[in-house]
Design a protein. Structure first.
Length: 369
C-alpha cells in the first residue's frame, strides 16, 4: 500500500466529513493505494458514526493525548508512507499529493511549515497571536539552535513519514510534545528530512473547542527541551562557572596577592564553584536520561565514566573531607581569617558530601552498564 492517512480525532463531527471528502478525492485523482485511519481519542459527538459511514479504519485510543492517538494510528498503519494531519479542517488534505511526491523523492520525513519564515501562510484568525508571534517561532528557533533541526515550524501538525524508518524508533510522549519528539529523534537517527510550505486555514469548528492548552503545553515543551539539550543548558555553563574561579586564583597567585584575593573573595569563589558543580551533576543526570529516552546518541559520557568511577569519587572526596578537617582542627589554615576558616572547612566538606551522594545516584542510573 502506498500511503496511510492518520487522523487524530476527539469530537470533530463538525469538520471530519469535510476532511474525509478531501482525502477520498485526492486518493481517487492520484490513483494511490491508500487507507484512512481515524485514531479516535474518546469522541462522544457523533464522530464515530461518521467514521463508520465512510468505512475508514477506526482505532479506539483509550489513553488521552494527541501523541497517544498518533502513535496508535501509526502502529495500525500498513502504508509505505504515513500522512498525519488534524481533523478540524485547518490543514488542507488537498495537499496530500504534494506531501507524497515530496517524500517519494527519497526522504524519511517531510514536515509542513505554516510560518512565513519557511514560506508558509497563516490565514487570518487561523492561529492565536501568542502562538503565531511568540510560541511557535520561539520553540522553532530554539530547536534549530540547540538540536540543529532543519525546520522552521516544529509544531506543525501536518507531516508525512516513511513508516519503515519510524517503526524502528520508540516514542514516549503522549501529548503535543510528540510533535517535537519525532523531529528530534529523526535528527538523532539521521533521517533524511525536508520541509513543505503549506497554508494554515481557520478551523471549521463552530461549537467545538481547540484541544491546545497554551500554558500547559508550553511548559511541557520547555521541560522537554531542558531534558534534550544537557550540553548547552547544563554542562557548558557549569564548565564556565568552574573555570572562572580557577583562572582568577591562578591570576592572583601570579600577581603575588593570592592570600588577599582568597580572603576577600572566598564566599564568591565557593558560590561559583558550588553552582558549577550542581549544574555539572545535573547535566550528567539529564544526559543519562536523554540517552535512555533516545533523545540523544548514546555513549556520549563513556570516556568521562571510564575515568570518573564511583570508587574514585568516594576515595577522592573522603580524602578531601579528612584533609580539610585535619587542617581546620589543627589550625593549619593560617592564611585565612578566622571567619573564613569556618567558611572554608564547612563549604569544602559540604561540596564533597554532595558529590558523594550524587555519585551514588549517577551510578544507580547507570546500573545496567
Amino acid at each position: 500500500m502506498n500511503i496511510s492517512i492518520v487522523i487524530p480525532c476527539l469530537n470533530e463531527s463538525e469538520t471530519l466529513q469535510i476532511c474525509l471528502d478531501k482525502i477520498k478525492k485526492e486518493i481517487y485523482e492520484t490513483k494511490l493505494k491508500a487507507e484512512i485511519i481515524v485514531a479516535d481519542n474518546g469522541s462522544s459527538d457523533g464522530s464515530l458514526e461518521i467514521d463508520k459511514k465512510n468505512n475508514v479504519k477506526i482505532i479506539n485510543v483509550t489513553k488521552k493525548g494527541y501523541g497517544y492517538a498518533i502513535r496508535a494510528g501509526i502502529d495500525a498503519s500498513v502504508g509505505e508512507y504515513i500522512l498525519i494531519a488534524d481533523a478540524d479542517n485547518s490543514y488542507d488534505f488537498n495537499e496530500l499529493s504534494n506531501f507524497y511526491n515530496k517524500i517519494h523523492a527519497g526522504f524519511d520525513i517531510v514536515q509542513g511549515c505554516r510560518l512565513p519564515s519557511g514560506g508558509g501562510k497563516i490565514e487570518k484568525n487561523a492561529m492565536p497571536v501568542t502562538h503565531r508571534l511568540i510560541g511557535n517561532p520561539f520553540f522553532s528557533f530554539i530547536s534549530r539552535i540547540l538540536f540543529k533541526l532543519p525546520f522552521n515550524d516544529v509544531y506543525c501538525g501536518m507531516k508525512i513519514i516513511r513508516r519503515e524508518f519510524f517503526q524502528k524508533i520508540d516514542f514516549f510522549s503522549g501529548g503535543m510534545v510528540w510533535c517535537l519528539e519525532i523531529l528530534i529523534k529523526s535528527k538523532v537517527n539521521s533521517a533524511k528530512s525536508s520541509e513543505l510550505s503549506i497554508t494554515l486555514h481557520k478551523d471549521g469548528r463552530i461549537n467545538g473547542k481547540s484541544h491546545l492548552r497554551t500554558i500547559s503545553d508550553g511548559l511541557r515543551t520547555i521541560k522537554f527541551i531542558l531534558t534534550c539539550s544537557p550540553k548547552w543548558i547544563y554542562i557548558l555553563p557549569s564548565i564556565l562557572l568552574l573555570l572562572i574561579p580557577t583562572l582568577l586564583i591562578i591570576y592572583s597567585f601570579i600577581n603575588g596577592n593570592f592570600f588577599i584575593f582568597i580572603n576577600n573573595n572566598l564566599i564568591n569563589l565557593f558560590t561559583s564553584t558550588f553552582i558549577g558543580l550542581q549544574l555539572l551533576i545535573l547535566g550528567l543526570y539529564v544526559t543519562l536520561r536523554a540517552e535512555t529516552l533516545g533523545l540523544t546518541k548514546g555513549g556520549q559520557l563513556n570516556k568521562f565514566f571510564n575515568f570518573f568511577t564511583l570508587k574514585k569519587s568516594l576515595i577522592i572526596n573522603f580524602f578531601i573531607i579528612i584533609i580539610i578537617n585535619y587542617l581546620y582542627l589543627n589550625d593549619l589554615l593560617y592564611f585565612l581569617k578566622d571567619f573564613n576558616k569556618n567558611i572554608f572547612a564547612a563549604f569544602s566538606s559540604l561540596m564533597s558530601i554532595n558529590i558523594i551522594f550524587s555519585s551514588f545516584f549517577i551510578s544507580l542510573l547507570r546500573i545496567n552498564k
